[in-house]
Design a protein around this ligand. Sequence first.
Ligand code: SF4
Length: 344
Amino acid sequence: MTETLAVSDLWVDYRTKSAWASAVRGVNLSVGAGEVIGVVGESGSGKSSLALAIIKLLPANARARGKVDVLGKDIVGLPSKDAHLYRGAGMTMIFQEPMTSLNPVMRVSDQLSEAVVSRREHHKLEMFRSDSVSVPRGPDPRFSMGPERRAPPSKEAVEALRQVRISDPERTAAKYPHELSGGERQRVMIAMSFLLRPRLLVADEPTTALDVTTQAQVLSLLLKLSRDEGTSIIFVSHDILVVGQVAQRVAVMYAGEVVELGPTEAVLHNPLHPYTRGLIGSIPGGFKGEKRIEQIPGSPPDIMKLPSGCKFNPRCKFAMDRCRVEETALKEMEKDHFVACHLY
Ligand code: SF4
């Protein structure tokens, strides 16, 4: 499988008053073309920082170290002023709250039309096939306060809304984001992705705020996007069950590290790391009717005060002396199924 993304030894640090604290610690991850990979972990596991580093949207008080190759180009060292060249039709992101990305003062149709323009510009630039990145940048359309455009929605925009199963696409296209429900806004974001046809989509908790029915529809739309357009997707969630519905592979994160990685079936049915077992054991009602295995006591560590050795050791009922002093590293236990734990 051709790799869309290759993350090597990636660290993400946040500046504090006295020092840098690492939220992502030496992550290695690759995503193939059209592959959907799930990144799962509790809040504070580093999964969102990993997502922001991949899309090059880290806040000003953070830094990334290591390599993030998107279609063979390392974007970690890319100047922030050129980062926009890699977003849009190259890679894009969907957040839990779509209003983060939608422009509140632009009608849906205009925002979708911008996506079409962005895709065309991207193809003109052929940025992934050229080394040139010194392309003049126009004003960001999301912050344009110019005279309101009243042009009828383009056929492509309406078709994209129909594709994401919005019932009255012409009417929805004429609305502003605040006139839509949360589920409709998330669908508009996915419609935008259908128009952009990005090589890589990073979706950070895209269904967390939605009811179960809308959640299922959004998940199936994301799968359609990856199937129809060959888009690689990184699906970030705290919910291992939701991840299991969309991802072909799952990476489980704890305290900034990937502690288990493997095919979804293997990770969900044969979890190896005590933390993964705990995540599955915490599913209300059990996993697929199976009896609960175990729950995780305590809470994730503060990144300023990480324990030595295995970062999970204060919460692990299997912890041994070795776990308190020796760091763990991923080991392959069965084909493509890796775990970082001294039990193995
Ligand atoms: Fe538990 Fe030790 Fe494995 Fe960490 S390395 S998960 S403390 S058994």
